[in-house]
Design a binder for this molecule. Structure first.
Ligand SMILES: Nc1ncnc2c1ncn2[C@@H]1O[C@H](COP(=O)(O)OP(=O)(O)O)[C@@H](O)[C@H]1O
Ligand SMILES: [Mg+2]
Length: 297
């Protein structure tokens, strides 16, 4: 078995940022409240819609250089395309200043899949929750793909799970079909082996298969309570991901149908399942599969 690393160590701890945007009002309507989290290019705050009193999330992205501007514009373009997807935190408002872009989205709750997995230390989620996460996540990604957007950073931190429903956040690495500057790839720990090859070319199909891997690996972590790859440095971690051995990874897996689906989603890129195929798997539709089997179909 590949050495397992506790997900507790993988949780992104962040220093509390100086709350310099507190009390700012965006679009004449959204009030910036306390900080929720920080990311590579952004601070995210809780916000309140002053008209409805509903909570929202306000992502403040620095637009000081071309790379940051591209990332912010990419995120907004992707969000505009997928805002009608029910499991996506919809775009409510965008406002720009010389230094920052403020992206206001629906609030997806305070529990990420990472937090949930940490809570169930090493044991993995209970089967009913796991099935709900799998179903919500696969359907959300399928709908994004149908709108010409691949998320490209599917990982435990970017999946919120509240009252049995999944909300997908963070389209900062999204691949948007037809857009010129599809910029950075997502988090190294959740990127598939082929994305580290020198000859890797990002197009719509490759981006959808990046998502398939991200979903497979996130669900593996949720099922087992561990992140399966390891390495003392980024270089070693990448090598470990590239050497993935599915037989070893799934040797103690209790649920055969789930293992079959995750092995499909984490297969080498030329044999990898799409999320569409995973949604037709025995794990996702056990009754239908049984009836069809009974009918000899
Ligand atoms: N719509 C949202 N609802 C609730 N929390 C959110 C929302 N968007 C972001 N957050 C919080 O802010 C953190 C960082 O936001 P994210 O969009 O993932 O930024 P980054 O691109 O920097 O990772 C998230 O991990 C989450 O804790
Ligand atoms: Mg994120």
């Amino acid at each position: 078995m590949i050495p397992a690393k506790s997900l507790i160590c993988m949780a992104e701890e962040s220093d509390s940022p100086i709350n310099r945007f507190s009390s700012t009002i965006i679009g004449g309507r959204y009030h910036v409240l306390e900080a929720l989290g920080t990311g590579s290019y952004s601070f995210v705050h809780l916000g309140e819609d002053m008209a409805t009193k509903k909570r929202c999330a306000i992502k403040v992205m620095s637009v000081k250089n071309e790379e940051h501007i591209q990332a912010a514009e990419n995120e907004v373009t992707a969000l505009r395309r997928v805002s009608r997807v029910p499991a996506v935190a919809s775009l409510l408002e965008v406002e720009s200043t010389d230094e920052n872009m403020f992206i206001v989205t629906e609030y997806g709750g305070s529990t990420s899949l990472q937090a949930l997995v940490n809570r169930f230390q090493y044991r993995g989620l209970d089967p009913a929750s796991l099935r709900r996460v799998a179903s919500g996540l696969l359907k959300a990604i399928r709908q994004c793909h149908r709108h010409g957007v691949a998320h490209c950073d599917v990982k435990l931190d970017n999946i919120l799970f509240t009252q049995g429903a999944v909300t997908l956040i963070d389209f900062g690495s999204a691949f948007v079909e037809g857009r010129q500057n599809n910029t950075r790839l997502g988090s190294v720990a959740f990127r598939p082996p082929e994305s580290f090859s020198e000859d890797f070319k990002l197009d719509a199909r490759a981006a959808e298969l990046i998502d398939a891997w991200g979903v497979g690996l996130s669900l593996f972590c949720a099922a087992r309570g561990i992140y399966p790859f390891d390495g003392a440095s980024m270089f070693e971690l990448i090598n470990d991901i590239r050497r993935v051995n599915l037989d070893q990874l799934f040797q103690d897996f209790e649920n055969d149908q789930l293992a079959e689906m995750l092995r499909g989603l984490m297969a080498p890129v030329d044999r990898r399942w799409t999320v569409e195929k995973a949604l037709r798997s025995r794990y996702m539709s056990p009754t239908k599969t049984k009836v069809l089997g009974f009918l000899g179909l």
